[in-house]
Design a protein around this ligand. Structure first.
Ligand code: AMP
Length: 401
């Protein structure tokens, strides 16, 4: 599908209009309840400022977590409203409900270049059910709809797909940046093109692997998913995570890679632990001899060097998924090593998924990356070569509004 036939915010007449702007403010929080990473908020500023400059009356909306269709103060967007307000040096009015009386009153009272943030969309069941009545209520708050929520673009929800039935709709600058970056890389990468896939399960990334096998020069598979591949090669993998029903698929993938001349790399050594726990005893062993009772929880030092070498001449790199259980210090070395290598590489580098982005940010390398995606699931859908429902639903450029 050609994403570029979709309207962007610049194609809409928004001067002084009421704009419903869907953002992805689904930010992580630390143990003290403070926003741990504001990237998703700061990345939305370009579209918000563009609308403010055109004196739009802005009705912002987003989901946060999974409150299951009812109000729960734990999932309130209040911290987001405060953060945005501080960043923009502007009052952000937070509505008490989502599309009810309080919201209506606030939206009615909006002057030009003012902002209302609706409470968490997922406080209403209609949001995730893509309920048509709820979508029409949301749409009735505005004259036009702009979607900048890349992180939620793989969901067919009322605020991402439903509203587009009722309003002229376009993508915002962040959505456009995410999609155009990925489309360009996947269609016309500068070579050598290396993809690094990690994370827990092969089953989550089968579509990505199949699509990338046609495009990359080197495919690195690590993290929990690598053990299914090792098992398929007859290695003993101890208690490492393994999807037995995907073993023949792993064999097929490696044969396809060979047939297409794609260099396929899995770890040659691993940090293994006695239990799946943060402080478990651990040691380093070769990939073909993980002892009974031990499980692979990170790549080992020889693999760090192997991957570093594979990335040495890369001109394009996509990295999605950690090399091990990176949230535990003892098993974070592989993920940090890849983060360092990718950050110091001259390649055009794209990183997606919370764990990889967190490693990059923790090391202070965010500015060294060409693009850190705000999406997890949405990015995987693009990497699978599929369309995103929320983007498919947007108005096309040639439609007269
Ligand atoms: P994903 O969401 O698919 O990118 O997976 C991320 C999760 O994979 C993280 O929470 C990691 O803890 C987990 N993970 C990575 N490597 C392993 C491993 N060797 N064994 C178990 N879980 C892993």
């Amino acid at each position: 599908m050609d994403y570029f036939n979709k309207k962007t915010v610049e194609d809409l007449n928004i001067l002084g209009k009421r704009v419903l702007l869907r953002c992805d403010f689904n930010v992580p929080f630390d143990t003290e309840g403070k926003i741990a990473n504001t990237r998703r908020i700061t990345e939305s500023l370009k579209t918000i400022k563009y609308l403010l400059d055109r004196r739009a009356k802005i009705v912002l909306c987003s989901h946060l977590g999974r409150p299951n269709g009812k109000f729960d103060s734990k999932f309130s967007l209040k911290p987001v409203a405060e953060c945005l307000s501080k960043t923009l040096k502007k009052e952000i009015k937070l509505s008490k409900d989502v599309a009810g009386e309080d919201t209506r009153a606030l939206v009615e009272s909006l002057n030009e270049a003012e902002i209302v943030l609706l409470e968490n969309l997922r406080f209403c069941k209609g949001e995730t059910e893509n309920d048509r009545t709820f979508a029409s209520e949301l749409a009735s708050l505005a004259d036009v709809f702009v979607n900048d929520a890349f992180g939620a673009a793989h969901r067919s929800h009322a605020s991402t797909v439903g509203v587009t039935e009722f309003l002229p709709s376009a993508c915002g600058f962040l959505m456009l940046k995410e999609i155009s970056t990925m489309t360009r890389i996947l269609k016309n990468p500068t070579r050598p093109f290396v993809a690094i896939l990690g994370g827990a399960k092969v089953s989550d990334k089968i579509g990505v692997i199949s699509n990338l096998l046609d495009k990359v020069d080197t495919l690195i598979v690590a993290g929990g998913m690598a053990y299914t591949f090792m098992n398929s090669l007859g290695y003993s993998i101890g208690n490492s995570i393994c999807e037995n029903d995907k073993i023949s698929l792993a064999v097929e993938i490696m044969a396809q890679a060979k047939g297409r001349g794609v260099k396929f790399l899995i770890p040659v050594d691993n940090k293994v632990g006695l239990e799946y726990s943060k402080n478990t005893e651990f040691k380093t062993v070769q990939s073909d001899s993980i002892p009974d009772g031990w499980m692979g929880l990170d790549i080992g030092p020889r693999t760090e060097v192997l991957f570093k070498d594979a990335l040495k001449d890369a001109e394009t790199v996509i990295w999605n998924g950690p090399m091990g259980v990176a949230e535990w210090e003892n098993f974070s070395s592989g993920t940090f090593s890849v983060a360092k290598t990718v950050a110091s590489s001259k390649a055009f580098s794209v990183v997606g998924g919370g764990d990889c982005a967190a490693a990059i940010e923790k090391l202070g390398y965010a500015n060294e990356m060409s693009h850190i995606s705000t999406g997890g699931g949405a990015l995987l859908v693009l990497l699978e070569g599929k369309g995103l429902p929320a983007v498919v639903a947007l108005s096309e450029k040639n439609r007269v509004v």
